[in-house]
Design a protein around this ligand. Structure first.
Ligand code: ADP
Ligand code: MG
Length: 716
């Protein structure tokens, strides 16, 4: 048996347990050994029975004097009662509804019991303790498994009990604890003072003390982040060896564009555009992340770079996460580049057979095939679209610049597919600009999003008013509705966001099918809210709705009507979360605000306050919990998105950053991403190692493990 041996070959694991394990993604011995407890119970303190104290959880070791089942006076429950005695005294023990225990535990058996000392009608007793039989032969050197030590408690999903896992894991660990190859370089183990693998794997399951457990976890935390960093840095090294078309910087052209804009660029926009243009000049593929708060004006920065690329004779691909956003970009880019005769096209979802192309400032609708043909021949300069852009049949003649908006909505794989070489120019890789308004600390961005260069838009366009934000408890709801009505009366518009109705949805983050269920649940929530607002609350106003289950034509119509002020109040799912720009909207009303992450709420709020009109954000919550209020107050006070994201990270962990979950990193690593100093440290260690041995030739175990790790990340 080795680490790759299938769990099917472990005879102690029956077929139904195999299935359960497999459902949890545990397929091999290694997976099993790496299934760590999420907490421990300290039963290490074995007490003489005479010394036990009421209401305390403790452990006793003694002989069973008698044991029997009986029914409670209501005859509803079977209780198992026993008397256990040691040298000091005896105590009554009671288990509820476990009648089968008398088959295992017999009079005369020596047992170790761990549980809470309680008091009832019949006096003091040990309540439903964990138990472990001690074989008569070796009472002295008994290795405890379930009691008498610090015991591991595993996440009990799929009906797998911790007791069962301990029973399976213990012999496996005994067999393997000296056979697991050490993947971490000795040097690192020493300088970081980490437990070697063979100690760590034992101590993480059956620790000798709490501090050993902590040391074991620290080692695995280090290991997982180290693997992530290695993989990210290696990818960057690989990319650095690739070639990209060098795109000369045409200063005159850029000046002309900048002076044609309807506004003055902020200094931050100038700085970021410059960084991008300088990168494009190099014959190496750019890999840059443009981070900027909602409304900081990222689009125009991307457009500046795009124009430079187009006029140098290359194509640009611009990918956005939703159709609505892609369409908006199409219009915006067309508007900004109007004086420059750029051929811009829009390619969207599957139902959409007619494709628009903007040429000589006319919108042409051409067939999908014709559009794809033009893209292939290089007759389209800027192709804007959704995920549709990464389909195999979309080919470019000479793509050399990819822009990905709201990039946290895409997986690594999708980004890689957009930026693949299309074979036009021999083996050249396009430059990549990712944009995001999810402001996260630099180290974390570099880890989660790959080793990108960063440009940060840390300045808002002038003249924006602060958005007045309020948490609205149930008793103030009516007042808020009155206010909304007034806003509509003076010609302003309203967004209403509702959270999805969660009932009956399991396993939210995995699988396309589930995603489908999710958008269905969102649609349901939106429909209900729409009914309520249009019929009961605002029957006199024009209310519209928007959700992911609507056909794209329909969605487009709704957005158009909203922009044209034919709709006063738009009830929507989180689809408006990203990027939507309707400047005359002045109120953002969020239902069930407590169900969203702070960063996401912040994004929603960014949908208003996009003009010189005073805007408002109302966070409706029915949750009376003080903590909820406090969390929401953070939005009210938030100065900028970066600080807020930091806060969200502290409160809820990086798993809540959208996009991170899709990445499928192990739970432990996810938890550890919160620990920025550790992220920093592992990154440094990975960098040093790669400097010394970029191909990991001297570290074959590490290399092998990294390969497995990467496969796992990319598959998910
Ligand atoms: P985001 O960074 O959230 O993607 P957008 O690019 O959508 O922001 O820009 C938000 C709005 O601000 C748009 O209407 C855009 O035209 C406008 N805008 C961008 N830059 C400036 C600027 N320097 N001054 C004034 N308005 C600007
Ligand atoms: Mg945007």
């Amino acid at each position: 048996m080795d680490l790759d041996t299938s769990i099917k070959e472990i005879s102690r694991i029956g077929i139904s347990f195999q299935r359960k394990l497999q459902r949890m993604g545990i397929k091999t011995v290694e997976d099993l050994l790496w299934h760590f407890p999420h907490r421990y119970e300290d039963f290490s303190n074995i007490r003489p029975i005479s010394k036990v104290k009421l209401n305390e959880t403790c452990c006793v070791l003694g002989k069973i004097l008698e044991i029997k089942n009986s029914r409670t006076w209501k005859r509803k429950m079977i209780i198992t009662e026993a008397i256990v005695q040691d040298n000091s005294s005896a105590i009554k023990v009671v288990w509820f509804n476990q009648p089968y225990l008398i088959k295992t535990l017999k009079e005369g058996d020596v047992v170790c019991l761990a549980g809470k000392v309680s008091f009832g009608d019949k006096g003091v007793f040990l309540s439903s303790p964990a138990y472990e039989k001690i074989p008569a032969t070796n009472n002295e050197q008994q290795e405890f498994t379930h009691t008498g030590r610090i015991i591991p408690v595993y996440p009990e999903t799929e009906g797998l009990s911790s007791r069962w896992l301990r029973y399976i894991l213990k012999p496996l660990l005994l067999e393997f604890k000296n056979k697991i190859p050490e993947i971490l370089p000795q040097k690192i183990i020493k300088t970081e003072n980490l437990l070697p693998i063979n100690q760590a794997i034992w101590q993480v399951h059956f620790p000798d003390s709490n501090s050993e457990a902590e040391k074991a976890r620290a080692r695995f935390s280090f290991e997982e982040l180290f693997l992530i960093e290695l993989s990210v840095l290696k990818e960057r090294l690989r990319l650095n060896k690739e070639k990209a078309p060098a795109i000369p910087l045409n200063i005159e052209l850029i000046k002309e564009l900048v002076s044609s804009l309807p506004f003055k660029l902020t200094d931050a926009q100038r700085k970021c555009a410059w960084q991008i243009l300088k990168d494009l000049e190099k014959p190496r593929p750019m890999s840059r992340l443009l981070e900027g708060d909602v409304g900081s004006g990222k689009t125009v920065v991307a457009v500046i770079a795009a124009l430079n690329v187009v006029k140098a004779g290359f194509q640009v691909a611009f990918m956005a996460p939703t159709e609505i956003l892609a369409k908006q970009h199409f219009q915006e880019v067309a508007k900004l580049l109007r004086p420059f005769k750029v051929r811009i096209a829009l390619l969207t979802g599957k139902e959409d057979k007619i494709i628009s192309q903007k040429l000589k400032n006319e919108i042409l609708e051409i067939s999908r095939n014709k559009l794809l043909d033009k893209a292939r021949k290089g007759e389209i300069d800027v192709l804007i679209g959704t995920h549709s852009l990464i389909q195999d049949k979309v080919k470019f003649g000479n793509l050399s610049f990819c822009i990905i908006d709201e990039q946290h909505r895409f997986g690594i794989e999708q980004r890689a597919r957009l930026c693949r070489s299309y074979g036009g120019q021999a083996k050249l890789i396009p430059h990549l600009l990712s944009m995001t308004a999810t402001p996260i600390p630099r180290t974390l961005a570099l880890t989660i999003y790959g080793d990108l260069d960063l440009s940060i838009l840390d300045e808002m366009p002038k003249g924006r008013k602060k958005i007045i934000t309020k948490v609205i408890p149930p008793e103030e709801r009516k007042g808020a509705y009155d206010f909304i009505r007034q806003q509509v009366k003076i010609g302003n518009q309203i967004f209403v966001i509702c959270p999805r109705i969660e009932s009956g949805i399991r396993n939210q983050e995995s699988g396309i099918k589930n995603r489908d269920v999710l958008s269905w649940a969102e649609a349901k929530a939106v429909k209900e809210e729409y009914e309520k607002l249009s019929k009961k609350v605002f029957p006199d106003l024009k209310v519209g709705m928007l959700h992911g289950k609507m056909a794209s034509k329909e969605k487009e119509k709704v957005m158009k009507n909203f922009k044209a002020k034919k709709i006063d109040i738009l009830v929507s799912t989180s689809v408006v979360e990203v990027g939507i720009d309707v400047p005359q909207t002045t109120v953002m009303m969020i239902e069930g605000a407590e169900r969203f992450g702070l960063a996401q709420l912040y994004q929603f709020r960014g949908r208003v306050g996009r003009s010189d009109l005073q805007s408002f954000c109302f966070l409706f919550t029915d949750s009376p919990a003080k903590k909820t209020r406090q969390r929401l107050e953070a939005i009210v006070k938030a100065e900028n998105g970066f600080k807020l994201a930091q806060k969200d990270l502290e409160i809820r962990g990086p798993g809540t950053l959208s996009g991170v979950k899709q990445w499928g990193i192990p739970d432990l690593a996810m938890e550890n991403l919160k620990n920025l100093p550790l992220v920093e440290k592992t990154r440094e260690a990975a960098r040093e190692l790669l400097d010394e041995d970029a191909d990991l030739k001297k570290y074959s175990f590490l290399k092998e493990r990294l390969k497995k790790f990467e496969k796992r990340i990319h598959l998910e």
